[in-house]
Design a protein around this ligand. Structure first.
Ligand SMILES: *Cc1c(COP(=O)(O)O)cnc(C)c1O
Length: 385
C-alpha cells in the first residue's frame, strides 16, 4: 500500500470515487487502547503490533493515531515495515519481531530499529556484520517458533559478549493463551514460569537495563496476573477477537475499528434456471436480480466465501452467490428492490441496525479474523471516518 490511497479526512468525496474501501473508526481505536490501559498493570506500556499493514487497517495511519493517543512504541514483522513507519515520521521504539536477512541488517541501524534475536546462530550472524545494533532476545518457552530455548541460559548470556549488540529487551510469546482447556492453562503458566526463571537468571548474572515482555492480545485478556514492562496487543486492539465466541477471562468491550465496503457495479436479471458466474455455480431457483460488486479476492475477499454468508445492502441481508472472482463478486438482491448501481454495500460493519462482525465473516471463510484482515489488499482505499 502506498500513502497515495490513504485519505485522512471524512472522505465523502473520496469515498464516492472508490470502488471498494476500508473505513476506519479511530475513536474506537482510542477506546480500545483505553480499555487495555485499564487492564494492564500500572507502569506497563503498550507496544502494539502494527505488522501486516496493522492487520490490514493501514500501518502508518494506525501508528500515527496511536502516537497521538500517547502510544509511542510499536512492533512490526519485517525491517521494511519498520522503515515505512520511520519514513512516515514515527519516532518511538520499533521492534522487528522476526528475521531480517543479512543483506538488510544495515537498514536496522540506518532507521534505528530494534531487531529480535531469533536464535543463537542468528546472533552470530548479527555479530559478524559488525553493525552496531539494538536487540531484544527472543526466548522460546515452549512454542518452538522463534527464540533461544529457555534452558540454554549460557547461549542467552553469551549474547551479551557480542560487542556490536546492545541488549535492550528480552521477550517470549504465548501459544495457547486463547484456550480455556485445563492443559492449555497449565501450559501457559509453565511458559510464564520458564520465562520468569530466565529473567531471574539474567538479573542474578548482573544483566540489567533491558525491558521484558510476554503477552499479546489473549495473554493480556486472560492472564492479568502477568506484570512486565510491555504488552504487545494486536488483534484485540483492532476491536476484534480471533474467533467468534473465544474465551476471554475479563469483561472488556472491544470496538471494531474497521469496516469493509464496496459498490454495486451493475444489476443482472436472471430467469429461473439460469446460472451465473464462473462454473455457473449459482443457479437461479426463481426469477432473480443479482448485483455485481466491485470487490473480489484480489482485494482480500476469501474465495471460499463463495455461496456463503451475506453482505448488507440498504440495511438488508443480501446473500453472496456464485464464485468470488478476482475483482468482482455477486449477491442476490431479488428481495431488495431499491438496490441499484453505485449503491454502497457493507461486507464487514454496520448498516441500519444490522452488523456483520469480522468474526462472522472469518467464520464463513473458515479461518480467523487475523488472516482475513491482514490479507485485505493494497488496492483498497483507507478512509478515516
Ligand atoms: C503478532 C504478534 C503479536 C500480536 O498478536 P495478537 O494475537 O494479534 O495480539 C504479539 N507478539 C508477537 C511475537 C507476534 O508475532
Amino acid at each position: 500500500m502506498t500513502t497515495d490511497n490513504v485519505w485522512e479526512n471524512t472522505g465523502k468525496r473520496e469515498r464516492e470515487q472508490s470502488r471498494a474501501w476500508i473505513e476506519l473508526n479511530m475513536e474506537h481505536l482510542k477506546q480500545n487502547i483505553e480499555s487495555f490501559q485499564r487492564l494492564i498493570p500500572c507502569g506497563c506500556k503498550m507496544m502494539p503490533a502494527v505488522k501486516a499493514e496493522a492487520y490490514g487497517h493501514g500501518a502508518v495511519l494506525i501508528a500515527r493515531n496511536l502516537q497521538n493517543a500517547g502510544v509511542t512504541d510499536f512492533c512490526v514483522a519485517s525491517v521494511e515495515e519498520g522503515v515505512e513507519l520511520r519514513k512516515a515520521g514515527i519516532s518511538g521504539k520499533i521492534l522487528v519481531l522476526s528475521y531480517t536477512p543479512r543483506g538488510a541488517v544495515y537498514k536496522l541501524s540506518d532507521y534505528n530499529l530494534i531487531q529480535t534475536v531469533v536464535d543463537k546462530e542468528y546472533a552470530n550472524m548479527l555479530m559478524e556484520t559488525g553493525v552496531k545494533l539494538r536487540v531484544h532476545i527472543g526466548i522460546d518457552t515452549g512454542m518452538h517458533r522463534l527464540g533461544i530455548w529457555w534452558e540454554d541460559t549460557e547461549d542467552i548470556l553469551e549474547i551479551w559478549q557480542k560487542e556490536n549488540l546492545t541488549i535492550c529487551g528480552v521477550f517470549s510469546h504465548l501459544c495457547v493463551a486463547d484456550s480455556k482447556r485445563k492443559e492449555d492453562r497449565q501450559f501457559t503458566r509453565r511458559q510464564k514460569e520458564r520465562f520468569d526463571q530466565v529473567i531471574e537468571i539474567l538479573h542474578k548474572a548482573g544483566k540489567k537495563d533491558f525491558v521484558v515482555h510476554l503477552q499479546s492480545s489473549y495473554g493480556i485478556l486472560n492472564y492479568r496476573e502477568c506484570n512486565y514492562d510491555y504488552v504487545r496487543p494486536g488483534i484485540a486492539m483492532y476491536g476484534v477477537l480471533s474467533k467468534k465466541g473465544d474465551w476471554v477471562d475479563t469483561p472488556v468491550s472491544l470496538k471494531p475499528v474497521l469496516s469493509l465496503k464496496s459498490r454495486i457495479e451493475c444489476i443482472r436479471n436472471l430467469k429461473a434456471g439460469e446460472g451465473a458466474g464462473y462454473g455457473l455455480d449459482f443457479t437461479a431457483q426463481r426469477d432473480s436480480r443479482l448485483a455485481v460488486l466491485s470487490i473480489g479476492y484480489a482485494d482480500g475477499i476469501p474465495r471460499n466465501l463463495s455461496e456463503k454468508g451475506f453482505v448488507l445492502c440498504h440495511g438488508k441481508e443480501a446473500k453472496i452467490v456464485g464464485r468470488i472472482c478476482m475483482d468482482q463478486m455477486l449477491i442476490d438482491v431479488t428481495d431488495i428492490k431499491e438496490a441499484s448501481p453505485n449503491d454502497e454495500v457493507v461486507l464487514i460493519g454496520k448498516s441500519n441496525n444490522i452488523q456483520i462482525y469480522a468474526e462472522q465473516f472469518a467464520e464463513w471463510a473458515d479461518t480467523i479474523t487475523n488472516e482475513v484482515l491482514s490479507r485485505l489488499g493494497g488496492r483498497l482505499e483507507r478512509v478515516v471516518v
